[in-house]
Design a protein around this ligand. Structure first.
Ligand SMILES: Nc1nc2c(ncn2[C@@H]2O[C@H](COP(=O)(O)OP(=O)(O)OP(=O)(O)O)[C@@H](O)[C@H]2O)c(=O)[nH]1
Length: 446
């Protein structure tokens, strides 16, 4: 028996970990199954713990301070001295623990929506009348060619994917069952996900049997086209409102890159000539508001913030009022990535969403979920949970530059029908690209 893994430690021990966010990521990276169907631990054969059981390992984190380093702004945990660490000090009396029994129970929409809603008029004092923009926001066309930034950002994924695949196509030979088996292994190793690989191999076998393709050299383009097709979506753009403001609610667990994603999004909207406001509705931690504040000043976005611990829905409501009064084009609402319990978090997100749609019918026009690409297939469980509570309309895939597991985008699309809309390719405000399926697949093969 070796040392217990951090998954097996209790919450208090998890608190004492030096870098809880990184640990969660490393675990996910190291223990990643190659297929979606694999739900048992490879060594022990025991069932793997659910996402929410693992989620509790980063539910209780030390407070953080904001560190500004050149072009990046990050939160760094303020770690207590080991001998003086008192975990209870940071956890309010209302804190509940996740248990293995309750962790699996998803929060249904109805349950979330049955929460008491504070009437908006009690949340804030009234602000000036609405000033609506007359012109719909224009959407910029993007080229399907992979940019240098995209190619560089996807270097690790490409190495894992294409370096093995190209061996198969390096000389002309006929196709047989062993070719398909070899290809299947390579695709599974590229984190594409078991279901997607099965589908791809099935289609390839059909094409081979019908003599549509006969040589290995033809497989490359066949796979490329199929992968592109699998990612296309009619809703790949942000769902802009015809009347301003367009409201984007941003959700995701802590540490995935949510704040940085908001800054990146705000930055591209501003560069596109839009007036942007961010709502600091992650009132759970002071450092989160501070980090957003620094980003906003740097990129030129307006910000609405309240005190730590205040009602996040009230912050969102205030931001909507202010944005209408000031003719803002896009409002981006930040939210907490963790609360004392998963249930509290989902209820809070549902409430923020209800308050937004009560003030602006049809809003939020986009619910973007930020996922950390380095967590590979585990990001799927997060997406499913959040989707149940707030109906996610698009994915912002952060940290694609830091992983070789970018292939999981295909499995994700196959498993949950939510389109990826943006990708994060670094820590700076301009390390962002609008997701283009053709460019993405091209970057995998170039
Ligand atoms: N390499 C890389 N790092 C990123 C990217 N996006 C964010 N990061 C880094 O990831 C870390 C966490 O990012 P944050 O934006 O603070 O994440 P968050 O989800 O807001 O985290 P909390 O505020 O702790 O909930 C920071 O160090 C960021 O600089 C990305 O696309 N690529």
């Amino acid at each position: 028996m070796g040392q217990p893994s951090s998954r097996e430690k209790n919450t208090v021990e998890g608190e004492k970990e030096e870098t809880p966010k990184t640990i969660a990521t490393q675990e996910n990276t190291e223990k990643q199954p190659t297929g979606l169907l694999q739900r048992q631990d490879k060594n022990s054969g025991k069932p793997r713990r659910s996402f929410w059981v693992r989620f509790k390992t980063f539910t209780f984190e030390p407070p953080k301070k904001v560190i500004v380093e050149g072009d990046t702004i990050r939160l760094v945990p303020i770690l207590p001295e080991p001998e003086t660490a008192v975990v209870e000090k940071d956890i309010p009396a209302t804190t509940e623990e996740f248990t293995a029994d309750t962790a699996e129970v998803p929060i249904g929409k109805n349950e979330a929506e049955s929460q008491t809603l504070i009437p908006p008029e009690e949340l804030i004092s009234p602000l000036p009348e609405a000033v609506l923009a007359e012109e719909p926001v224009k959407i910029k066309e993007e080229s399907p060619v992979a940019t240098e930034k995209l190619k560089k950002g996807m270097e690790k994924t490409r190495n894992r994917f294409w370096s093995r695949l190209k061996g198969l196509f390096s000389f002309k030979r006929g196709i047989d069952e062993s070719t398909l088996e070899e290809l299947e292994d390579i695709l599974l190793g590229a984190d594409i996900g078991a279901k997607s690989v099965q589908k791809l191999i099935h289609e390839l076998r059909e094409a081979w049997k019908s003599k549509m393709i006969t040589e290995t050299s033809q497989i490359r383009d066949f796979i490329k086209n199929k992968l592109k097709e699998s990612l296309r979506s009619p809703q790949i753009d942000i769902n802009y409102s015809h009347t301003s403001p367009t409201v984007i609610l941003v959700v995701g667990v802590n540490g995935v890159g949510k704040t940085t994603a908001i800054a990146k999004l705000a930055n591209i909207f501003i560069q596109d000539g839009k007036k942007v406001m961010v709502a600091a509705s992650d009132t759970f931690r002071a450092a989160a508001v501070e980090q957003l504040d620094i980003w906003s000043k740097r990129i030129g976005a307006e910000i609405v913030k309240h005190q730590t611990g205040s009602d996040p829905a009230a912050v969102a409501y205030d931001a909507l009022e202010a944005s209408i009064a000031r003719g803002i084009d896009v409002v981006i609402v930040d939210t907490a990535g963790r609360l004392h319990t998963h249930e509290n978090l989902m209820n809070e997100l549902s409430k923020i969403k209800r308050v937004i749609s009560k003030r602006i019918p049809g809003a939020p026009h986009e619910v973007l979920m930020v996922l950390d690409a380095t967590t590979g297939q585990n990001a799927l469980s997060q997406a499913r949970m959040f989707n149940q509570a707030v109906n996610v309309t698009g994915i912002f895939l952060a940290k694609l530059d830091g992983t070789a597991k970018g292939g999981f985008v295909f499995g994700m699309r196959n498993e949950i029908n939510i389109p990826v809309k943006y990708i994060g390719l670094g820590e700076k405000a301009d390390d962002i690209e609008k997701f283009d399926p053709d460019a993405f697949v091209n970057a995998l093969f170039e």
